[in-house]
Design a protein around this ligand. Structure first.
Ligand SMILES: NC(=O)c1ccc[n+]([C@@H]2O[C@H](COP(=O)([O-])OP(=O)(O)OC[C@H]3O[C@@H](n4cnc5c(N)ncnc54)[C@H](OP(=O)(O)O)[C@@H]3O)[C@@H](O)[C@H]2O)c1
Length: 272
């Protein structure tokens, strides 16, 4: 496959993981060779009080999707660092043993198992702590709060590997354009940013660069707080840093430090 690939994009109205009829109709009309599933129920804390919805979308939805895609459409499925319990100190590799702590993590692992149980050709691509100039994410929240508050406390004892969404998209395209399914049929790979840090370290960089670029920052003091002092419905892994698979080593984006990516996103936000 080369650059002549044709891409179709769907939102949750046009391609709903809970609607078999709709999904079947879209797949039989387009007949895609590859489907990239980025859709999920992603409210990590919300899932704790609504297990049904997260399993319906993240687990059952993926099971339905696999049934519809077999045998002609391969699936690239985005999964999460939250399938791990965070008890190990090194970054998790793609053959590490999952053991999710939260309902969300369990439902994401359920989606992985649904693919493994199916006859489909799939790639599970796990990533972590995704940020970009789009949608809602940690970088945008901290950036926004730095204009609204004078004090802020951020968790310092959860470690992850922040990943720029554009780099993740590049990794997916790299996989597609290099015929990745030939080598990694029915496999799991990890792709995340190269630097691991705590949410507090991540926030420190965001705020420093925000202060350099914008005049009206109100934030004066960034403090840190431990997980036990911060009320969150869902338990989170202490360490969910991922080690990207060596397959992605050729990608230039993995050679740039997190700071550079944050700067890039804040530049884009500034332009708007
Ligand atoms: N963000 C992270 O840090 C992170 C880390 C690891 C893995 N991931 C994984 O990366 C993927 C994308 O996450 P994200 O952060 O971009 O989440 P997001 O912003 O919440 O996007 C999820 C998307 O899924 C759609 N969706 C929800 N329910 C659906 C359904 N029943 N049928 C079809 N689409 C549905 C949502 O549409 P609506 O907006 O219309 O509801 C939304 O467009 C997910 O698989 C997530 O588990 C994310």
């Amino acid at each position: 496959m080369g650059n002549e690939n044709k891409y179709y994009f769907f939102n949750s109205q046009d391609f709903n993981l809970t609607d078999v009829k709709q999904m079947s109709s879209v797949i039989s009309k387009i007949k895609p060779s590859i489907l990239v599933n980025c859709a999920a129920y992603t409210d990590v804390d919300g899932a704790e009080s609504d297990e049904l919805i997260s399993s319906k979308i993240n687990e059952e939805g993926v099971r339905l999707l696999a049934g519809i895609c077999y045998p002609n459409t391969k699936i690239i499925h985005i999964s999460s660092d939250y399938v791990f319990d965070g008890c190990q100190s090194d970054p998790y590799t793609s053959d590490s043993q999952p053991n999710p702590l939260s309902i969300y993590g369990k439902s994401k692992l359920g989606g992985e198992i649904a693919l493994k149980d199916s006859a489909c050709d799939y790639l599970i691509l796990r990533t972590s702590w995704v940020f970009s100039e789009f949608g809602r994410n940690f970088l945008k929240t901290i950036h926004k709060l730095s204009f609204q508050q004078s004090n802020l406390k951020v968790i310092n004892d959860q470690i992850g590997t922040p990943t720029y969404a554009v780099d993740l998209a590049e990794a997916i395209l790299y996989f597609i354009n290099n015929d990745g399914f030939k080598k990694f049929s029915r496999s799991t790979l990890h792709f995340s940013g190269a630097d691991s840090c705590s949410w507090y370290d991540f926030a420190k960089i965001i705020i420093r660069i925000t202060k350099n670029k914008f005049d009206d920052v109100t934030l004066e003091k960034l403090g840190s707080i431990s997980t036990s002092g911060f009320q969150q419905a869902a338990p989170r892994p202490k360490n969910s840093a991922l080690k990207s698979d060596s397959y992605f080593n050729n990608l230039d984006c993995l050679n740039l430090p997190l700071e550079y990516k944050i700067e890039e996103v804040l530049d884009k936000i500034q332009e708007h």
